[in-house]
Design a protein around this ligand. Structure first.
Ligand code: ZN
Length: 412
C-alpha cells in the first residue's frame, strides 16, 4: 500500500502545490472585519475541495467565523478527527515580505506566503494524505472528520462552543492536530502535548488625574513603577516563576523524554544568533528545548502607561499603568484553577500600591496533553473566564483578544 500511495503523491506533487497556492491566495485574516468575506470564501474553498474528495462537507455557522466540517466513512467504525484552521494572521509589517504575502512564491524549493506553515500547509498535508489513500485504495481505513476553524488566530470561541454542543455526535477515537511543526526539514515529529494559556490583564490605579512629577514625585506611588515592581516579583532572576502553586499540577518531564529531547542536539548558540540576543535565558535546571516545550512560563506581552508622545512630559500618570495580556502557559494537566489566578494577584500585590491590582482574566485555554491514549472528544476546552476579584478597577481595553497558545511539545 505504501508504495502505491507514495507513487501517487510523487506523480501529483506539482498539482498538490498548485492547489495549496490557491488556498493560500485567499486572504482569510480572521482578526480584520474587512476580510470577513475572504474568510468565508476560504472556508467554502476548502469545504468544496473536501466535497470533491467524496466528503460530506459544509460550513457550520454558530456565530463567529464559519467552521468547516467534513465527514467520510471508512472501512472500520473507528474515527479520526483532524483539527486545523484556515484563518491566518494579518500580513503586516508588509515591508518585511520579500514577495507579497498572498501571492505564494517558491524560492529555493521553499514556498513562501501567509499561511504556508500556519496552518494551511499542514491542513493541506492531511487533505492530500486522505486523497492519496482514497485514490489508491478506494476507501479510507477508518472514518475521518475534518474540523477546520476560522478563528484560531483571533481568539474566537466558535469551535469551543461547537465542540461542546456536538461532542456526542463527533465522538472521535483519536484527534490529530494539524497545527504543529516538524523539528526541521529532515526530522519528522509527533506533537503530543501543548501548553495552555491564561491571559490576564492587571491595572494599577494611581492619582485621580495626571499630576506633575516635579510637584508630587516622592509623595505618592507611581503606578507604572508599582506595576513594574509587582511584575518583577513574579519571576526570579533564574527564571523560576514565584507565584504560589504555579507548578503544582505541571506534569514532570520523564527521563525518557529528557533523553529524547537531548538527542535532537539543539544548538543554543545558533538560536541566540538568529534572535540577536547575547545568550538564551530561562528556568534554571532545564535545557532550552525542555523550557520551550514542556515547562510553563510567565510572560508579559505588553506593558504601557503614562506619557507616550514625543520627548518627555513630567507626569505621574493617573490610572493607565497596565500590563496588557499577562500570558501564562501550561499550568497543569487540567484547568489552571481560579485560586491560581487569584494567587498571581496576591503575589503581585505591593503594599505601597495606591489601589489593589486588578487581574482581569482575558481568556484561558487548558493545557492539553495525552501520553498513552488518544485524546477524548472533549480534547478542546476553552474555559470561560472566572469573575475578576472584587474591587476591580480595570476597564476593557482596546487591545485584541488573547490568542490561544500555539507552542508545541515535540519529540521524535
Ligand atoms: Zn496555528
Amino acid at each position: 500500500m505504501t508504495d502505491r500511495v507514495e507513487a501517487y503523491i510523487d506523480a501529483n506533487q506539482n498539482r498538490f502545490v498548485e492547489e495549496l497556492m490557491q488556498f493560500m491566495r485567499i486572504p482569510s485574516v480572521s482578526a480584520q472585519e474587512k476580510h470577513d468575506g475572504d474568510t468565508r470564501a476560504c472556508a467554502q474553498w476548502i469545504a468544496d475541495h473536501l466535497k470533491g474528495l467524496g466528503f460530506e462537507a459544509g460550513l457550520i455557522d454558530i456565530g463567529g467565523k464559519p467552521i468547516v466540517r467534513a465527514v467520510r466513512k471508512g472501512n472500520s467504525a473507528k474515527r479520526v478527527l483532524i483539527y486545523g484552521h484556515y484563518d491566518v494572521q494579518p500580513e503586516d509589517p508588509l515591508d518585511q515580505w520579500k514577495t507579497p504575502p498572498f501571492e505564494p512564491t517558491i524560492r529555493d524549493g521553499i514556498l513562501y506566503g501567509r499561511g504556508s506553515t500556519d496552518d494551511k500547509g499542514q491542513v493541506f498535508t492531511h487533505v492530500k494524505a486522505v486523497e492519496a489513500l482514497l485514490k489508491t485504495e478506494g476507501e479510507l481505513p477508518c472514518g475521518v472528520v475534518f474540523l477546520l476553524e476560522g478563528e484560531e488566530e483571533s481568539g474566537g470561541d466558535a469551535l469551543a462552543r461547537y465542540v461542546s454542543q456536538a461532542k456526542d455526535e463527533l465522538k472521535p477515537d483519536a484527534v490529530v492536530i494539524s497545527d504543529s511543526t516538524m523539528y526541521d526539514a529532515n526530522t519528522p515529529a509527533i506533537t503530543y502535548g501543548l501548553r495552555g494559556i491564561i491571559a490576564l490583564e492587571f491595572t494599577v490605579r494611581g492619582p485621580a488625574m495626571d499630576v506633575h512629577s516635579g510637584a508630587y514625585g516622592g509623595g505618592i506611588a507611581n503606578p507604572v513603577l508599582v506595576l513594574a515592581q509587582m511584575l518583577a516579583k513574579c519571576v526570579s532572576p533564574k527564571g523560576k516563576v514565584l507565584i504560589p502553586h504555579f507548578y503544582d499540577e505541571v506534569v514532570p518531564l520523564q527521563p525518557w523524554e529528557r533523553q529524547s529531547f537531548r538527542k535532537l542536539k539543539f544548538d543554543d548558540a545558533a538560536l541566540a544568533k538568529e534572535l540577536n540576543v547575547p545568550r538564551l535565558h530561562g528556568e534554571s535546571g532545564y535545557r532550552t528545548l525542555e523550557r520551550l516545550w514542556a515547562r510553563p512560563t510567565f510572560e508579559i506581552n505588553g506593558i504601557f502607561g503614562g506619557y507616550q508622545g514625543q520627548r518627555s512630559k513630567t507626569i505621574i500618570p493617573a490610572c493607565t499603568a497596565r500590563a496588557a495580556t499577562e500570558r501564562w502557559s501550561g499550568s497543569g494537566p487540567g484547568r489552571p484553577s481560579r485560586s491560581t489566578a487569584s494567587s498571581a494577584a496576591t503575589r503581585a500585590s505591593d503594599p505601597r500600591r495606591s489601589s489593589p491590582p486588578s487581574p482581569r482574566p482575558r481568556s484561558r485555554a487548558a493545557w492539553w496533553r495525552t501520553r498513552t491514549r488518544p485524546a477524548p472528544a472533549t480534547w478542546y476546552s476553552i474555559i470561560s473566564a472566572p469573575s475578576a476579584p472584587t474591587r476591580s478597577a480595570s476597564k476593557p481595553t482596546s487591545s485584541g483578544p488573547a490568542r490561544r497558545c500555539c507552542s508545541t511539545w515535540t519529540a521524535r
